[in-house]
Write a protein that binds this ligand. Structure first.
Ligand SMILES: C[S@@+](CC[C@H](N)C(=O)[O-])C[C@H]1O[C@@H](n2cnc3c(N)ncnc32)[C@H](O)[C@@H]1O
Length: 250
């Protein structure tokens, strides 16, 4: 499948599942059974700050930023239906967001050198061109600005559970297309390595200041029964399910 076809398919599918994906993963949550922003404090004080959400979905992370006092709320998403939900959520909460319908691989008219914080919660992995996306994000940030993103831990889909053991299944050396179905809709993203993210950030002039590969305390401390489920606490106790990276624009 070429990149244009992937984007078109993902856009159609995200439009179809938009109402189902309402408030799925949103700040202060970063991902699955991982510490939250309330635990990690990765964001700077947002008072009066200009923030941009890449893959803003239903707008719940932007709403959280607004509640922290952010001065301007900007968001981008490939799905019109997600953005319609985001507009409703944000305007009903008294905010005036600036929302763009576009793939993150292109700039639909977002100003350069303008933002204090650009972030992305469980959306960066959808990009079909990681370097172009990070180059754009770097261009949107002011010098010294902060970029934070969360995504699935790159090992999550390459490790299987069998008879109480975790087994590497797949080839971590390769960037591979991962196709799956959600509510009858076809979706695809690339499986990448941690180094693919870190090296692409470095090439964009984004200096990594923190990497979080951690399962939340509660899950770590509680007993959990063996389960082969992808998002099971049993798995999370042995392998972080989410990855968070924080970087600063040089
Ligand atoms: C899991 S949701 C993100 C949730 C959202 N960040 C929040 O805080 O509520 C992933 C989002 O990425 C969007 N997306 C997928 N591929 C994209 C692309 N290439 N460019 C921009 N957005 C994309 C989807 O439409 C979807 O809204």
């Amino acid at each position: 499948m070429n990149r244009e076809n992937i984007l078109n398919q993902n856009k159609t599918s995200w439009n179809a599942i938009a109402d189902m994906a309402f408030a799925w993963t949103a700040l202060p949550k970063y991902g699955v059974l991982c510490p939250t922003e309330d635990d990690l404090h990765l964001f700077p004080d947002l008072g009066g700050k200009k923030v941009l959400d890449i893959g803003c979905g239903s707008g719940h992370s932007l709403k959280w930023c607004g509640e922290q006092g952010a001065g301007e709320l900007w968001g981008l998403d490939i799905s019109e239906n997600q953005l319609a939900n985001a507009k409703k959520v944000l305007t009903e909460s008294g905010f005036t967001p600036r929302l763009f319908c576009s793939p993150m691989e292109q700039n639909p008219g977002i100003p350069k050198g303008y933002f204090d914080v650009v972030y992305s919660i469980y959306a960066i992995g959808w990009t079909v061109d990681l370097q172009a996306t990070f180059d754009l994000i770097a261009s949107y940030l002011k010098p010294g600005g902060t970029f934070i993103f969360s995504w699935e831990h790159p090992l999550m889909r390459r490790v299987e559970t069998s008879d109480g053991r975790l087994i590497l299944n797949g080839d971590y050396n390769k960037i591979e297309q991962f196709h799956f179905e959600k509510a009858g809709q076809q979706l695809m993203f690339y499986l990448r390595r941690i180094s693919d993210y870190v090296n692409a950030l470095a090439t964009s002039g984004l200096y990594v200041t923190q990497i979080v590969e951690e399962t939340e305390q509660k899950t770590q401390l509680e007993a959990s029964e063996y389960s082969p489920e992808l998002y099971a606490p049993w798995r999370a106790k042995r392998l972080p399910l989410s990855l968070i990276l924080k970087a600063r624009k040089l």
